[in-house]
Design a protein around this ligand. Structure first.
Ligand code: URA
Length: 223
């Protein structure tokens, strides 16, 4: 098989999912990574934050968003009025993808492919089904596509209170349509830029302010 599906236990709680994910070989990324970086937070979390995939420090520690992007995210969340303890933090892809720099020194992060995002999606769907958050926040284009399918564009979708499509439609073209047009579900989805895009930008202040503004849309849906 070429996806995580066979590794995801049925009728599992988050703790059991996490244990099973540690042994996932649903795509080739496990081979070079140190460990699976599963989501972290309370099962009762009102908001689920979805990143792209673990970076170097996440790979070493086994925890999501603990490196530079995580520190920026923590600051932006606080400024937007979202308490980290009310949030469950996870990633579209749960193993670190990287390339060695010339000479074999640093591990340079690489964006996961569409196939890797698809392969890992069963874990994300299982997390969302268990938590049933009020708001899902997509951090960047990879998370946005993992949830709303290939039609997702950050510039088009960011900062809007969208309808969260039912889990069984996530990642399909139907998902983007439901997000825009609304549906039966109680939950919402809000997209913003990825914190690493702020760190890489020439205009960090404006990028950061834009991210906080988007996160405030999510915060309002919680209030
Ligand atoms: N970037 C991500 O997308 N996720 C992390 O956990 C860390 C950095």
């Amino acid at each position: 098989s070429h996806d995580a599906g066979p590794y995801v236990p049925e009728h599992a709680d988050l703790a059991a999912l996490r244990r099973a994910a540690a042994g996932c070989r649903g795509c080739p990324l496990y081979a070079d990574a140190t460990q699976t970086v599963f989501g972290e937070g309370e099962p009762s979390a009102q908001v689920v934050l979805v990143g792209e995939g673990p970076g170097d420090q996440e790979d070493r520690t086994g925890r999501p968003f603990v490196g530079p992007a995580g520190r920026l995210l923590d600051q932006a969340l606080e400024e937007a009025g979202i308490r980290r303890e009310d949030a469950y933090v996870t990633n579209a892809v749960k193993h670190f993808k990287f390339a060695r720099t010339a000479g074999g020194g640093r591990r340079r992060p690489q964006p996961p492919s569409a196939a890797e995002v698809t392969a890992c999606r069963p874990w994300l769907l299982a997390e969302l089904r268990l938590i049933e958050p009020e708001v899902v926040v997509a951090l960047g284009a990879v998370a946005g596509r993992a949830l709303l399918g290939s039609a997702f564009r950050v510039t088009q979708y960011r900062g809007r209170l969208l309808t969260c499509p039912p889990p069984e439609t996530l990642g399909t073209r139907q998902a983007a349509r439901i997000a825009e047009e609304g549906g039966e579900t109680a939950g919402h989805i809000v997209a913003t830029i990825h914190p690493s895009a702020v760190l890489r930008s020439d205009d960090r202040e404006a990028m950061y302010a834009g991210m906080v503004a988007d996160l405030r849309v999510a915060a309002q849906a919680l209030a």
